[in-house]
Design a protein around this ligand. Structure first.
Ligand code: FES
Ligand SMILES: [Fe+2]
Length: 397
């Protein structure tokens, strides 16, 4: 019998000092999900905030993806004033310094006659770069001290290309984008995502199409489910889809697994029927549901006709912003009723989850909280998340 595992002490969720360390050791030094390639044509940009840091992700006119800290090199103002846009250059609103999409300073008013002559001084006067990568339509940033300090990305990129690539998220369109501000620590949201102990009681819409068994960390034997998985995977393999489980290999930060939906459900909609056209290069609609996790801040389900991505961006110890996006084939033309049909399951499920997380965080932050025991039967994935999280801390390595 394995040793019982417990949730973390209260301060791990509520202490502003721990939150600052989370930003430093978990978010800044690893790869953090930022957004989608399909929103970044030449000149398009969006910004993403992580605690006190804010990064602009932009596609240069030559197609190169760039990321810059949103900090003016003059006196430090934020350069952007909106969430996203299309630009030929970035103009700081304070004193109108102008930066190219590559982050280099293009012009600066009233800086004297010799400013531009002093190349050694002005060479570093630019938007500070951050590391950025994209694969299978997902964009990640790393706020390590220099872009060269970013950790290895290739293992994730290989798994994402094999598993998610056929879903064509790089040639998709976002038909719905929901924003939520959740009154809970980011780890409370991840812990909730990592288990389905709560699904039957809290997610009636999700449970229509999804088996109760089969989630990561659920060790209950279930021959009927195992048979359904084996049969589905044999069909998928025969049509060229990757069916291996990539589950945090070597203690890493990502997971890809393709699982079948319940009989009669082709996608995660209320009636199981497709709403949009089949995406990417998928051979046909029988592809189950590909589940993607990227710690610390991404989970996604990719179905035949749509993908749902959830991005967490921490605000403070007790506040997390969430963006949930729904992507469909770039040529799908969906009216409002069909967008409602497409988003119904995950809109309901997400909002149920935020209510659970807020109720949990209120208890965790209160005087009555003590670390609680995790189920060894269905919460092993919460324990493995906590192991990964604690492994980010320098003292643990
Ligand atoms: S702070 Fe940006 S131009 Fe002055
Ligand atoms: Fe949930």
């Amino acid at each position: 019998m394995s040793e019982l595992r417990w949730t973390l002490p209260q301060g791990a969720y509520t202490d502003p000092g721990v939150f600052a360390d989370d930003l430093e050791h978990v978010f800044a030094r690893g790869w953090t999900f930022a957004g989608h390639s399909c929103e970044l044509g030449p000149g398009d940009w969006f910004r993403v905030a992580l605690g006190r840091d804010q990064v602009i992700v932009v596609r240069d006119v030559d197609g190169t993806l760039q990321a810059h800290h949103d900090v003016c090199a003059h006196r430090g103002s934020r350069v952007t004033t909106t969430e996203r846009g299309t630009a030929k250059a970035f103009v700081c609103p304070y004193h109108q310094w102008v930066y190219g999409l590559d982050g280099c300073l293009r012009s600066a008013r009233l800086m004297g006659d010799t400013f531009w002559d002093e190349q050694s001084t002005t060479a570093g006067v630019r938007l500070a770069p951050a590391a950025v990568r994209e694969i299978a339509g997902l964009v990640f940033v790393c706020l390590a001290a220099t872009p060269d300090d970013a950790p290895e990305f290739d293992g994730f990129a290989d798994a994402a290309a094999r598993h998610l690539g056929p879903h064509g998220l790089d040639d998709a369109v976002i038909v719905a984008r929901d924003h939520y501000r959740v009154a809970a620590n980011w780890k409370t949201l991840v812990e909730n995502n990592r288990e389905c102990y709560h699904c039957r009681g809290s997610h009636p819409e999700f449970s229509l199409s999804n088996f109760e068994h089969g989630t990561h960390g659920d060790v209950r034997p279930n021959p009927r489910y195992d048979t359904a998985v084996a049969q589905a995977r044999a069909r998928w393999r025969a049509r060229g889809l990757a069916t291996d489980d990539v589950s945090f290999p070597g203690g890493s930060w990502y997971r890809f697994t393709r699982l079948p939906l319940r009989e009669g459900f082709t996608t995660e909609t209320l009636d199981g029927r497709l709403v949009g056209r089949v995406m990417g290069t998928l051979p046909d609609p029988d592809v189950g549901s590909l589940r993607v996790v990227g710690l610390p801040n991404l989970w996604a389900h990719a179905n035949a006709d749509y993908a749902m991505t959830t991005r967490l961006t921490p605000v403070d110890a007790g506040t997390t912003d969430v963006e949930v996006c729904f992507l469909v084939h770039a040529d799908a033309r969906l009216d409002d009723a069909r967008v409602d049909a497409l988003t119904a399951v995950w809109r309901a499920t997400s909002e149920q989850d935020w209510a659970l997380c807020e109720a949990t965080y209120a208890g965790v932050a209160s005087r009555g909280y003590r670390p609680g025991p995790l189920s060894p039967v269905v919460e092993g994935s919460v324990a493995s998340f906590l192991d990964w999280y604690l492994g980010r801390w320098p003292a643990a390595s």
